[in-house]
Every structure is written in structure tokens, then in C-alpha cells.
Design a protein around this ligand. Structure first.
Ligand code: ATP
Ligand code: MG
Length: 406
């Protein structure tokens, strides 16, 4: 099979492939971008594979960066873009079902394609547009099947992460696992325990965010892979309930974790430890810890000024969107407007500052200042009090009388 025209992204990399070929090496487009072109999907990174060894690649191009030279990857910098160029390699020795402990550079494209995970990811395209299909990846693309390259048991035994990759491709592409590939995953699911959480996390998030999330998450449960993922071993049923939510692909990672955790029914104090186990970033944990209770609230109430103010505009709009998955209609424009109309957006917007209070009451600095400011903040947000100096000072006066500062 031959591509009619190379996509624009491939054309940009063409001078690199030509240069390599001109010097007598082989060079091809490979990996996910080839798969995605053939599926008419947008592509992100263009990967180039070559028979040239890393030192040979570096000799040919003026500007290169050693991104992963021990794995054979050199980044070639052109004036418009940068491309990863990787030497054909085999991954000979695998220890502990993880990534290979060393790679061997080879001159044969076939050897390189053989070590790839699924047949649809083991296609290569030459500069003439010819698709090189040594493992019937084209036929699997047509029948929308995920089939391991070679013996699936051996391949998952070599690198158990491939099982999670298979599950996320179900979710992203809407493909199904070829039966033997599925059986191998089911049999070897416990090998996931050997894989680092960071690597599983990347695939898991893609699994949650794919447009065929339902099928992907169901297979994640059926294959029992979930049992060896952080914090999920007791949540098979809840994961199936998550899978049953109807709605489009979840747009952001924050929303994906929020929806998942809401369906797992984790309590507020469990959210942080769950996400820590998954090695999520502190910022993500912080956001999701606010979004989960906000979603629970929103499912039974309208937003009020105080909730909106506390959650903040961006997170509130994200939470509002999630109503879709519960058969309700989000109104994000309304949230934005409501937020815009809040009397203040921040404690600093109050017409009174801590120093004003010190002057007014002539007390030394202390926790009382924050208590008064927080009291004003809520009254102003709830529109019980205008954000004006005189009214605020009056409020402070009463507040101090009712709650002596000690
Ligand atoms: P995406 O579109 O999400 O980037 P991808 O298939 O390109 O998907 P990458 O992680 O970018 O995924 O990997 C590029 C290619 O490298 C894959 O298409 C596959 O051929 C190969 N590959 C990646 N990870 C593995 C693995 N664990 N085992 C075998 N081959 C792999
Ligand atoms: Mg890729």
C-alpha cells in the first residue's frame, strides 16, 4: 500500500530522511504517527527510525541534542521543528518484566519493528509513501484489532506495561483486543505489579480520557489489570459504574480524576492518599480535592456565590461540564457571568486591609485580623454587606464586640 500524499507533518521531516538516505542509511517514519495517519486522526509527534547509529546521525546534522542516546534517540533540530531520530534497535534482555536493561542497535528495520508492541504500531512508511507492513498491521487496522506483534504471552512477559498500553488503545481508538492478546493480558495481569506507577499512570490517564472509555475501562476490569493498579483493587464494581457513564471523551486530566474519584465514592480524606499513590502532582491533587466535593454539591444544588468564590472560576467551569455525564445540562456561560458579578474575587479586593483594622482598633497584630477579614469576606460575597470602607468597619466593630479577641 502507498500513501497518496504525505501529510504535512511528514513533509516537514522529509529533509532529514533524505539526508540519512543520501548518506546510505535507511530511514522511515514509524510508530504512532503512521498508525494515526492511516486512521485519519491528527498526529502529534513524528518518529523517525533509521539504520544509522547515533554517532552517525550526529555527524550528519548540524544541530542535534542527545535526548536518549543510550536508547539510540537523537533529537535533530531544524529551523522549523525538532524530530526524534532513533536507531533501529532490539531490546534483547528483559529483567523483572520491565523495560529492557539494555538495547542493541541493529541495521535491520524488521528487527526494529518486531520489538514493537502491537501490529498497528509496527508499520513504517518510506519517503515515497510506501507502507511497510511486516506483521499484517494494515489488516488489523482495517478490522480494528489490537494484536500483539508475535507471541502475546512473550511480549507481555517482556514488558508488562504493554498490557496497559493495549487497554488505553481500546479507549483511544475504539479497537478490540484480538482474543489471544486478551487472554494473554488476563493471564499475566499480575505482572503489572512490577511496573513503576509513573509509567502506569501515563497509560491509565489516556485510558480514562479516550472516547471509547466505556470499552477500555470494562476490559481493564475484565482482564483484572485494575487489581494491580494503585488503590483500585477493591473497586471493580465502581469502575464498571464509571465505565457506564455516558458522554463524550473527558476533556482534561483533572476532570478525568474528578469523575473517577466521584464514582469510586472516596471520602475527602482518601482523595489525597489515593492520588499520592498514583504519584499525581501536588497541583493536580489540590485541584481534584476541590473539584470532587464541588461536583457532589453541584449534583444536588445550584451554584451559590460562596461556593463559586471558593472553588474559583476555572475549576467551577470544569466541574459544571461534568454534569453531562449525569444526564444534566451544564451551563458554563452562566457560571462565568456569575463569577464575574461576584463583589470580590480575592481577599485582597476587600475595601479594608489588615492595617486599617490595626489602626482602627489599636490592637497588636494577631490572629484576630484574619478572623475579622474572613468574616467580612463571606458577608461581602453573600451580598449581606457592601464592599465599602464604612460598612466594613461597622461590621468589624460588631464582630469585635461579639467575639472578644482575647
Ligand atoms: P501516542 O499517540 O499516544 O504517542 P504511540 O503509539 O506513538 O502513541 P509512544 O509511546 O509515542 O506511543 O511510542 C511510539 C512507538 O514506540 C509505538 O507506536 C510503538 O511502536 C513503540 N512502543 C512504545 N512503547 C512500547 C513498549 N512498551 N513496547 C513495545 N513497543 C513500544
Ligand atoms: Mg507517540
Amino acid at each position: 500500500m502507498k500513501l497518496d500524499a504525505l501529510p504535512i507533518e511528514f513533509q516537514g521531516a522529509m529533509p532529514i530522511l533524505r539526508e540519512l538516505q543520501g548518506a546510505g542509511y535507511e530511514a522511515y517514519y514509524v510508530g504512532g504517527s503512521v498508525r494515526d495517519i492511516l486512521l485519519n486522526k491528527p498526529i502529534h509527534d513524528v518518529d523517525i527510525a533509521t539504520s544509522a547509529f547515533p554517532a552517525e546521525i550526529k555527524q550528519l546534522f548540524r544541530r542535534t541534542i542527545d535526548v536518549g542516546i543510550q536508547h539510540g534517540t537523537v533529537m535533530v533540530v531544524t529551523k522549523d521543528a525538532t524530530y526524534e531520530v532513533t536507531t533501529f534497535r532490539t531490546e534483547s534482555t528483559y529483567q523483572d518484566f520491565r523495560r529492557p536493561d539494555h538495547v542493541e542497535f541493529v541495521r535491520s528495520l524488521k528487527e526494529d519493528l518486531k520489538r514493537r508492541d502491537f501490529t498497528i504500531n509496527a508499520l513504517a512508511v518510506g519517503i515515497d509513501g510506501e507502507v511497510i507492513d511486516l506483521f499484517d498491521g494494515l489488516s488489523d487496522l482495517r478490522s480494528r484489532k489490537l494484536r500483539a506483534v508475535g507471541n502475546p504471552y512473550e511480549r507481555f512477559h517482556e514488558d508488562a506495561l504493554r498490557m496497559m498500553r493495549g487497554l488505553r488503545f481500546i479507549s483511544q481508538l475504539g479497537f478490540t483486543l484480538e482474543p489471544e492478546t486478551f487472554e494473554a493480558i488476563r493471564e499475566y495481569h499480575s505482572l503489572l505489579a512490577k511496573i513503576s506507577v509513573e509509567r502506569i499512570n501515563v497509560e491509565f490517564v489516556k485510558l480514562l480520557m479516550g472516547s471509547s472509555r466505556q470499552a477500555g475501562v470494562k476490559t481493564f476490569v475484565e482482564s483484572e489489570c485494575y487489581i494491580y493498579c494503585p488503590g483500585l483493587s477493591n473497586y471493580g464494581e465502581a469502575l464498571l459504574r464509571f465505565a457506564d457513564l455516558i458522554g463524550p471523551a473527558i476533556p482534561t486530566e483533572k476532570q478525568a480524576w474528578t469523575l473517577l474519584i466521584s464514582m469510586l465514592g472516596l471520602k475527602q480524606d482518601q482523595i489525597k492518599s489515593f492520588m499520592k499513590e498514583w504519584k499525581c502532582s501536588n497541583q493536580l491533587i489540590k485541584d481534584v480535592s476541590q473539584m470532587v466535593p464541588a461536583l457532589a454539591f453541584r449534583l444536588s444544588h445550584e451554584w451559590d456565590n460562596w461556593n463559586l468564590y471558593q472553588v474559583g472560576r476555572e475549576l467551577a467551569v470544569s466541574v459544571e461540564y461534568l454534569l453531562i455525564y449525569f444526564g444534566k445540562k451544564p451551563n458554563q456561560a452562566k457560571i462565568r457571568l456569575m463569577y464575574q458579578n461576584l463583589p470580590i474575587h480575592n481577599l485582597k479586593d476587600l475595601a479594608i486591609k489588615g492595617n486599617d483594622l490595626i489602626q482602627q482598633f489599636d490592637y497588636p497584630k494577631g490572629p484576630w485580623i484574619n478572623q475579622v477579614l474572613r468574616g467580612m469576606e463571606r458577608e461581602v460575597i453573600e451580598k449581606n454587606l457592601p464592599n465599602e470602607q464604612e460598612a466594613l468597619l461597622n461590621f468589624a466593630q460588631n464582630f469585635m464586640e461579639e467575639e472578644p479577641h482575647g
